[in-house]
Design a protein around this ligand. Structure first.
Ligand code: TRP
Length: 330
């Protein structure tokens, strides 16, 4: 059994289908195999300008979404990052172990700061990966489920852990990335070349987990398709392959079985079937999600318990860290 840690930023009111299939679905499955810690990383949301009330609301709904997706607070630790101070303490210490050169090489930082003058790039954006390293290392996490876009941050995390261990003695396990199963990377419905992602200009790119049935149906019927008419997954059919991945994920059926079902039928029938499958899948999610949000007392209790459990683990690590690096009187 390994110790798993992953985090989600509270960036929207509900996740979209790509978040669920690409991340949360894997997290839910990992609960059966490992000791899991899942965190709503609200401090990471401060790296770009934010609205305080919206952040507070979204942190809560992110936690509710995780529970509605199948994260079981009885088995996994679920909490808000800002409620465990040790994250920020370790961040400062790791800041002093990390280097400008390695942080400057992070492609996410380069992308996000590309259109900003050097003088006004937020320092939080620059430090983002160090906070992420602290998130995992403060629990001595071993396995980190992340998407493709976070792999470079994980490499940095490993470098920082190794450097710390070399300098101060073996303290942190060097965490391994856990890359999602094949077909987990869900692409935009309106452009299968890019992953499904929140954008303001293109509402038909994604399906929100609380989209009502008629909206789901409309978005799927409008999804782009490939030339030809066979419903098969293949490299020259990126759009149909993506829709098949979604179909497979929401029904837990293998792609080959779905291909067989639609043999000799066209894209139209396939999209109708897919829309219904997504609607049937989202229905219980929406019900659970609303039920959780309607009982704030219960959610608070879950998050209080989670924070207490997380704090205990983090404090244990920090005792060792402070001791090794020469902080605190002996
Ligand atoms: N940076 C991650 C993302 O954008 C979120 C995150 C923060 C995270 N801390 C983490 C993921 C620690 C894994 C482990 O998706």
């Amino acid at each position: 059994m390994a110790r798993v840690f992953s985090g989600v930023k509270p960036t929207a009111d509900v996740p979209h289908l790509g978040n669920y299939i690409g991340a949360f679905r894997q997290w839910v499955a990992l609960q059966d195999l490992h000791e899991c810690i899942f965190c709503v990383v609200d401090l990471h949301s401060l790296t770009v300008p934010w609205d305080p009330e919206l952040l507070r609301k979204r942190s809560r709904s992110a936690a509710a979404s995780l529970i509605a997706s199948g994260i079981d607070p009885e088995r996994s630790v679920l909490f808000l990052q800002s409620e465990v101070m040790e994250h920020t303490e370790l961040t400062w210490i790791l800041t002093c172990v990390s280097r400008m050169g390695e942080l400057s090489r992070m492609t996410q930082f380069k992308d996000k700061s590309r259109n900003t003058e050097n003088e006004s790039i937020g320092t939080g954006l620059y430090m983002y990966p160090v906070l992420m390293a602290a998130d995992v290392l403060v629990y001595r996490g071993e396995l980190v489920p992340v998407g493709e876009d976070q792999k470079q941050h994980l490499e940095l995390m490993r470098d920082i852990a190794e450097r710390f261990n070399r300098t101060f003695g073996d303290t942190f396990p060097v965490p391994d990335p856990y890359i999602p199963v094949e077909g987990a990377r869900i692409m935009g419905l309106d452009d299968p070349a890019y992953k499904m992602a929140k954008t303001t200009e293109r509402p038909n790119n994604l399906i929100w987990m609380n989209d009502p049935p008629e909206v789901v149906r409309k978005k799927i019927l409008r999804a782009v398709t490939d030339s030809g008419r066979e419903v098969v997954a293949s490299p020259d059919k990126p759009a149909i392959t993506n829709l098949l991945s979604i179909y497979s994920a929401v029904t837990a059926r293998p792609v080959s079985e779905i291909e067989q079902e639609y043999e000799g039928k066209g894209y139209g029938d396939f999209k109708k079937g897919l829309a219904q499958a997504v609607i049937d899948f989202l229905d219980p999610f929406r019900a659970r999600y609303l039920e959780i949000l309607e009982d704030p007392g219960r959610l608070d209790k879950i998050l209080d318990t989670g924070a207490a459990q997380a704090r205990e683990m983090a404090q244990e690590t920090m005792q060792v860290v402070r001791d090794r690096i020469g902080l605190r009187r002996s």
